[in-house]
Design a protein around this ligand. Structure first.
Ligand code: SF4
Length: 383
């Protein structure tokens, strides 16, 4: 019940067939193949301020980030990167733009992956040096093509940023690495327009077997950027494309992680935390649904165990939703409602005190699920 993807075999309309990609490692996190789709974000503190950057990485780790990207625009930044990489619990991607030396320094300083376009860093000798540093330090790479910074020749050839131009750019960069027998890379082809983004990724997905890093770049502020990302990335993920994702919002990076997980949760591709199902409420509601859900969302933010909770205003839809959630509450009028546990009626509960009761039930269920999972892992290890 906690994992709706488990229902895939009996409900084929839920099933997403993922594109078969090669697997690479970003530090300890596998990307591609059958690895879970990882969620990443990027720090926006000055990298030279290692303490502030680490504080933001901690917040992202708390929110569930699998991977965090950190910009390395200059030598001072790669120097601070060493301290940051030593302290961070998640693998770090060093964002390098043009200067090959920053790439080498970042690899030496503990980067798990370099975001670098080999075609942009000059002579093949320089590329070889970066590739050698990546090999020596177990770094993978991400080729990041962006519609806003396509090579001049491709813009001249195609007239404007278009899927063909973006894919040609990506494959040109990839070829440089392949010719050096370096295959530990993933690719992104981002644009701020979801149509262009999706078309470019679809074309790229057919052209190469490396893992794909998805993103609709510069998607905008929290609400509109979330919608744009959900439409663009949702479309690709639904068709099986995508191995790691980054939502780009002009907002706190922690929001990017939350939105990333929400997109994956909506598609049953990844589960983390409490998935709250709630009705929009209407005159029939037996309690204030919107206020209750707002409070619960905050009070349950610390729960990372995947589980589901339905909070429904009345019996029109409450009992039906509760059948398929781990915990449910349905308003019933007269100042009380019904608590459901594991899809079955458990007990009546006064509206007063209902939030504390639900939080307690969710925490107990999370502990039970965690214990069951730990037991299963121990059993597997013993066999
Ligand atoms: S479940 Fe009940 S309260 Fe909620 S929107 Fe539907 S009819 Fe209204």
């Amino acid at each position: 019940m906690s994992d709706h993807s488990e229902l895939g075999h009996i409900r084929p309309w839920r099933h997403i067939e993922r594109r078969k990609s090669r697997q690479i490692m970003v530090g300890s996190v596998p990307v591609g193949g059958d690895a879970p789709i990882s969620v990443q974000s990027m720090t926006n503190t000055p990298t030279t301020d290692a303490a502030a950057t680490l504080e933001q990485i901690r917040q992202l780790e708390e929110a569930g980030a699998d991977i965090v990207r950190v910009s390395c625009p200059d030598e001072e930044s790669t120097a601070a990167f060493r301290t940051i990489a030593r302290e961070a619990r998640v693998p770090l991607v060093a964002d390098i733009h043009f200067h090959y030396k920053r790439g080498i320094e970042a690899a030496q300083a503990g980067a798990a992956c370099l975001r670098i376009n080999p075609g942009n860093i000059g002579s093949i000798e320089r590329v070889k040096e970066v590739v050698q540093a990546a090999r020596d330090h177990g770094c993978s790479m991400r080729i990041g093509v962006n519609a806003g910074s396509l090579e001049k020749e491709l813009l001249e050839k195609y007239g404007e940023p278009c899927p063909d131009a973006m894919v040609e750019s990506a494959l040109n960069h990839a070829r440089i690495l392949q010719d050096l027998d370096f295959h530990e890379f993933k690719i992104s082809v981002k644009a701020s327009d979801p149509f262009l983004t999706v078309a470019a990724y679809q074309q790229l997905a057919d052209a190469i077997d490396c893992p794909l890093h998805l993103g609709v770049t510069e998607a905008g502020p929290l609400r509109t950027g979330t919608i744009k990302s959900a439409i663009g990335m949702g479309n690709m993920l639904w068709s099986g494309i995508g191995d790691t994702i980054r939502v780009s919002l002009a907002a706190d990076p922690v929001e990017e992680i939350k939105v990333g997980f929400d997109i994956l949760k909506s598609l049953g591709l990844r589960h983390r935390g409490v998935n709250i199902i709630a009705c929009p409420s209407c005159a029939r509601q037996g309690f204030n649904v919107i206020e209750t859900v707002g409070i619960l969302e905050e009070r349950l933010a610390h729960v990372s165990t995947a589980m589901s909770l339905s909070i429904i205003g009345c019996v029109v839809n409450g009992p039906g939703e509760a059948l398929y959630t781990d915990i449910g509450f349905t308003g019933g009028g007269k100042g009380a409602g019904m608590v459901y546990l594991n899809g079955k009626i458990a007990h009546k509960q006064a509206n007063e005190g209902m939030i504390d009761e639900i939080v307690a039930q969710v925490e107990a269920k999370a502990a039970e699920l965690d214990a069951a999972r730990a037991a299963a892992i121990a059993l597997n290890a013993a066999e």
